[in-house]
Structure formats: structure tokens, C-alpha cells
Design a binder for this molecule. Structure first.
Ligand SMILES: [Ca+2]
Ligand SMILES: [Ca+2]
Length: 401
């Protein structure tokens, strides 16, 4: 017991000495608040639908490990006449774009911990003298995959097909895309603004019978040459994008059927030619598309296309079930939740766009939309699962009406 007391006393003494020595050698450092400074140009000028890059210089001292958060806001007067701050960005650099000619005051806020620093700048948005329409009515490209419904495009040259599709697009006719990979590319007459925290455009499909949701790619004309360049395309990563069943970079090659080949009928009465169109893919699979009795007089293969052609895209699994006891006459077709054309809510947020590696990209807006069929499914007597494109439309116009 005596021994124990001695030992405890020694420990206490050592503790006191150590504390004292520590105080002497290291005087307590005062913790400094982060010090934020912002340098920003006082004003900017741009035309309607033009993009201004506002890139303030931000210096933060004593930030230690803390990270800064950024907010861009703009005063918006609502229907009640009350001006409110509306958030338009959350990163240091802002790509400002507006549909209305006006003077805008933008407030920029940098926050580190509880320290807040504000700055503001002005943007003068001028008129262009042009009128704009909500719909993307300019056809840039059209390549359908095989399908039984191409009869209105029975032209020998692509130029003739493009003229007919352009006219169908303007008159609101539905444009068949075929099976996997069939696509259409259209352009808006303005940049559809990526409104912060909101969905921006919609993709309307024909949807008459059991149809496939449509996959979407978007392009922002970053170099302003009026065309979507290869490095300007991004994919809208909808509800299926990250699923394990989704196949990225899928490619199918379709081969022109030989008109002199005899039809190979099947056991089921609807199987007119089981070996009608040969296909291969980039996963070492191959097969044939069956021509069905109902569409036996249709030419599934686009007649203006060469002897074979390749179509590419992300391949998605759409749930399709034969509910006719394997007879191949009646099917149930599922749908997707968000991020596709032709579904219950086909409105798209441009902020869903991702690059080829699946990384989110921030686009100020988009000028071009590519819509394609992301599935390859044969539905027995009903031929291939497909959909037809109607139009892509800027939602900001729809709301303003
Ligand atoms: Ca948006
Ligand atoms: Ca371009």
C-alpha cells in the first residue's frame, strides 16, 4: 500500500512538471478566422442565350483544412411582386446565360466555416433581334435501325430521306427509329438553358403501342461552330445508367437482307422469315431478326443504307414479358423512372449529363439533342420493340405560355 502511494505521488509530480514545461516552450497560438477576399469584374455584356464566363479570383487565408462553398444568386421578382434571391450556381466559376434582355445584378457569396464574404457584378443582356421557338426543329442526322415501319422513307438516297424527315419534324409527324441504336439528331435555334435545380427540356415520343423508352445524348456548342462536334456530346445518365445490367459502348452491325433468299418459316404461325436480317455485336454475339407475317410486305432494312452499318450507344434492359404462354403474341413492356424520352415524365435536367467515363459535367445549356433506341428486343408477332421520335422541346418556353 505504501509503495503504491509513493508511485502515485511521483506520477502526479511528473504530470505537473510536464504541463508546466509544455506551457513555457509552446505559447498558445491564437486560432485565426479564415480571411476571404474576392476580385471580380464590375460588369459583363452578352446577347440573349449567349454564355458569359464569370470567374472571380478568390483568395482564402487561414483556411486550414476547411473547404469553401460558393453561391451565385440573382434577384427575381415573383408574381406576388416580391423580389427574392434565386440561386443560379454553386461553384466558383459561373457560366451565365439568360433568355431575356435585361440588366442583371448577380451576388456571389463565399463561405468558409461561419465566415461569409459577398461580392456582386452586373450583366447586361442585350437583344438579338431574333425570335426563338421552343422546339428543336432543325434536323442534323437520321439513321434508323431496322424496323417494319420505314415505308414512308423508301428513298434511294439519304438526301431524299433527310428532306422528308425534316418536313415530318416540322409538321409533328412521328419518325421511326427502329431497334437498337437507331437515332435522330436535332438542333434548337437557341441554347436551352440549364436552369439551376430544375428540369430543362423534354423528349416527346410517339408511344402509340408498347414502346421503348428513348436514350438521350446532349451537346453544347462550346466552340460556337454551329455543329455538334464529337467532343461536345454527353450522355443523359437516367435511372438505368448505373445499373449492372446496362452495357456501355454497345455496338450492333446490321446486314442488308438478300432479296433473293428464300424465307425460312418457323413453327409459330407469325414467323414469316426467321433468318431475315443478320446482326452481330461487339460482344461476340450474333443472330437474325425475324420478319413477321403481319409485316411481311415491309422492308425492315433502310433501303438507302449500304450493305451493312453499325449503330452504337448504351444498351439498357427494358423489362419485356411474354404473357401469351410462349406463343409470342402478347407482351407486357416495362418503363423507366426518369431520364429518358417517352416515359411518364420525360423532362430532363441537363445537369444529369455525364462524360464518356460517367463523370458528371456542368453544361450551361444545350444546343443539340440525339435521341436513340437503347434496347434490342423482339416481341414475337409484334416484331421489334421500338419507338418513334416526335420532338425535343425547351421547357422554359412551355412554362412562360
Ligand atoms: Ca437544370
Ligand atoms: Ca461545335
Amino acid at each position: 500500500m505504501k509503495k503504491y502511494t509513493k508511485y502515485s505521488l511521483f506520477l502526479l509530480a511528473f504530470g505537473a512538471f510536464y504541463a508546466c514545461s509544455n506551457d513555457d516552450s509552446k505559447p498558445e497560438q491564437p486560432i485565426l478566422d479564415p480571411l476571404i477576399s474576392i476580385k471580380i469584374a464590375s460588369d459583363f455584356a452578352v446577347e440573349r442565350y449567349g454564355v458569359t464566363e464569370i470567374n472571380p479570383e478568390v483568395t482564402i487565408e487561414n483556411a486550414e483544412e476547411k473547404t469553401a462553398s460558393y453561391t451565385w444568386s440573382i434577384k427575381v421578382t415573383g408574381n406576388d411582386g416580391v423580389a427574392k434571391d434565386s440561386i443560379i450556381g454553386d461553384s466558383q466559376k459561373l457560366l451565365f446565360i439568360s433568355s431575356e434582355a435585361a440588366n442583371y445584378v448577380l451576388d456571389f457569396t463565399v463561405t468558409v466555416d461561419e465566415i461569409v464574404k459577398k461580392a456582386s457584378t452586373k450583366v447586361l443582356v442585350s437583344e438579338t433581334g431574333k425570335t426563338y421557338v421552343s422546339k428543336a426543329l432543325s434536323l442534323l442526322d437520321y439513321v434508323p435501325a431496322p424496323i417494319n415501319s420505314l415505308s414512308s422513307y423508301d428513298f434511294a438516297t439519304k438526301a431524299e430521306v433527310m428532306a422528308k424527315v425534316q418536313s415530318d419534324l416540322e409538321s409533328g409527324e412521328s419518325i421511326p427509329l427502329g431497334t437498337f441504336g437507331g437515332y435522330i439528331v436535332t438542333a434548337f435555334d437557341h441554347t436551352v438553358i440549364n436552369t439551376y435545380g430544375k428540369r430543362d427540356f423534354t423528349v416527346l415520343m410517339d408511344n402509340i403501342v408498347k414502346t421503348a423508352p428513348a436514350g438521350i445524348y446532349v451537346a453544347y456548342d462550346a466552340n460556337k461552330n454551329g455543329i455538334p462536334d464529337d467532343n461536345e456530346w454527353y450522355e443523359i445518365a437516367g435511372s438505368e445508367y448505373y445499373k449492372s445490367s446496362t452495357v456501355k459502348n454497345y455496338e450492333m452491325t446490321y446486314f442488308k437482307p438478300n432479296p433473293n433468299k428464300a424465307a425460312v418459316t418457323g413453327e409459330l404461325s407469325w414467323q414469316f422469315d426467321k433468318e431475315y436480317i443478320k446482326w452481330t455485336d461487339n460482344k461476340n454475339a450474333s443472330g437474325t431478326i425475324t420478319k413477321v407475317v403481319k409485316f411481311r410486305s415491309s422492308n425492315y432494312y433502310p433501303i438507302w443504307m449500304e450493305d451493312s452499318y453499325i449503330l452504337k450507344g448504351t444498351k439498357l434492359i427494358i423489362p419485356v414479358k411474354d404473357v401469351s404462354d410462349g406463343l409470342g403474341t402478347t407482351f407486357n413492356v416495362g418503363t423507366f423512372e426518369w431520364g429518358y424520352g417517352g416515359i411518364k415524365d420525360a423532362s430532363i435536367d441537363i445537369s444529369w449529363a455525364v462524360d464518356k467515363e460517367g463523370k458528371k459535367v456542368h453544361l450551361p445549356g444545350i444546343d443539340f439533342v440525339k435521341v436513340y433506341i437503347p434496347a434490342f428486343v423482339e416481341m414475337g408477332a409484334n416484331a421489334l420493340l421500338t419507338n418513334a421520335f416526335v420532338v425535343a422541346e425547351d421547357l422554359s418556353f412551355v412554362k412562360n405560355k
